[in-house]
Design a binder for this molecule. Structure first.
Ligand SMILES: [Zn+2]
Length: 470
């Protein structure tokens, strides 16, 4: 076993900041050492002048997701490698059960896609797209396999949608097993009426995607999900919260002592409805919920929510589709030319998440350095049953560690990013702070601007139940 020493850096966790060297053996952290030590190692990573932080954990990615007649462009191989470049060392992706299919079969199909292909460790949530008696039984089996969270959709009627009755049944089962319900909270039935009316008026540009999916409909669905969780006793985690109306509901629930949590994503913190303008170029920014109106104050409220712990996690909802039609998966965003409702929903984001949160969050004064680590790594690990194996730098934890250079500047661009998609949602953005070196289970997989890992380094993580409580 190789002993590795990360030397000279400032170790930052969700709680602490210390001048310490990190000793790694057998893929795990075995000691945090004060500077005056005589320990020697086979390999030394020089972290002088840099931050040493736990590897990022992105709990919301969609590699190879079938959606709207195409597939998300990143495979498990390209997507997890891009994640590593950006300082993320664990993802939780979403396996899919479609209508009429067994949930176990869906999970096994996604295990097959990921197996031997991932650069970093990975787990799965299960999208339960067809709640019936069989699925309810399978939820219990899945929990035993380490799939301890189930995602449901109040949006996308006819695709992933679950009605309130199905949601109640799944929540009852989740409450029984201690599992978490992840909810896409938008009122999809109401949204579809507005979509139809907009298209009848000839409003076909991407901008209308943002206009018809009104923030009040995210607030309404969030309220309903919370009430159903309250009735059934299920732990509820609202995914990709974008609207202040939804945040208000989460705050009220948390004030009432309910086990209700929520994540937001960089696109909602940094981008806005205006990005959807500029003709079909706006298709780059079509995701659901949509980017919100900056002037209406959503972004400020999300940052405040992150500071006050009303929002606990920042994930990406990484689900890239190409603008051009050269991709091996076939036509992607172009499917929606002339009809915004046919634009595949999703944006690339798994790679720049950590740097965006550091540059636009810590450097710009929205959140502290410790809070940055907490929302990008520690809480995600606790929320989804991976702590303390993942999510911190402590004796016994996996040595998933990022050496981060807080002073380095660089520019985000499609030229040079590693996601397999033909645009950057943050093209030309100047970042302060850069991922320098990345270790996954003690192995240096990124250093000196090169990738040193290989597909299959990443292993499946059978997760425990959520360890996060109010
Ligand atoms: Zn998603």
């Amino acid at each position: 076993m190789t002993k590795t020493l990360i030397k000279g850096g400032t170790v930052v966790t969700a709680i602490d900041q210390m001048e310490a060297d990190v000793l790694i053996d057998g893929g795990k952290v075995v000691a945090l050492l004060g500077r005056e030590h005589t320990v020697e190692a086979d390999e030394v990573v020089d972290a002088t002048g840099k931050l040493v932080i736990p590897g990022g954990i992105d709990v919301h990615t969609h590699m190879e997701l079938p959606f709207g007649g195409t597939f998300a462009a990143d495979t498990f191989e390209t997507g997890t490698r891009a994640a590593a470049w950006g300082g993320t060392t664990t993802i939780i992706d979403f396996a899919v059960q479609t209508v009429g299919q067994s949930a176990m079969d869906g999970w096994e199909a996604w295990m097959e896609k990921a197996r031997g292909n991932c650069a970093i460790d990975y787990g799965f949530h299960m999208i339960t797209g067809d709640i019936n008696d069989q699925t309810l039984k399978e939820m219990e089996l899945l929990v035993r396999e380490g799939v301890t969270s189930f995602k449901m959709f109040m949006a996308y009627p006819g695709v992933f949608y679950s009605d309130d009755g199905q949601i109640v049944r799944a929540m009852q089962k989740a409450a029984e097993d201690g599992a978490t319900i992840c909810m896409h909270a938008e009122n999809g039935i109401a949204i579809d009426v507005f979509v139809e009316q907009a298209l009848e008026r000839g409003e076909t540009d991407p901008m209308y995607h943002g206009i018809v999916r009104k923030s009040i409909l995210e607030g309404e669905a969030t309220h309903r999900a919370i009430k159903l969780a309250e009735l059934t006793g299920a732990q509820l985690y609202i995914v990709h919260l974008s609207a202040q109306e939804a945040l208000d509901e989460v705050i009220a629930a948390r004030d009432a002592g309910l086990q209700v949590f929520a994540e937001t994503c960089p696109q909602y913190l940094f981008l806005s409805l205006e990005n959807l303008g500029n003709g079909f170029d706006g298709a780059k920014y079509v995701c659901s919920p949509p980017l919100r109106d900056r002037a209406a104050g959503h972004q400020d409220r999300l940052w405040r929510g992150l500071r006050t712990n009303d929002l606990q996690v920042v994930s990406t909802d990484h689900c890239p589709f190409c603008m051009g039609d050269h991709h091996t998966f076939g036509t992607q965003k172009q499917l929606g030319r002339g009809d915004f409702s046919k634009i595949p929903n999703g944006m690339p984001g798994v790679e720049p998440r950590m740097e965006l949160l550091y540059s636009g969050g810590v450097e710009d004064g929205h959140i502290s350095l410790n809070r940055f680590v907490e929302i990008s790594s520690t809480t995600p690990a606790k929320m989804f049953g991976l702590y303390p194996k993942k999510g911190t730098i402590a004796v016994g934890s996996d040595a998933d560690i990022v050496v981060f250079d807080p002073a380095a500047t660089h520019v985000l661009s499609v030229d040079g990013h590693h996601m397999d998609v033909d645009y950057s949602a943050y093209e030309g953005w100047e970042m302060t702070g850069k991922v320098d070196t990345v270790l996954s289970k003690g192995k240096v997989i990124i250093s000196d601007n090169a990738y040193h890992g290989s597909p299959g380094d990443g292993e499946y993580l059978a997760r425990g139940l959520s360890q996060y409580t109010n």
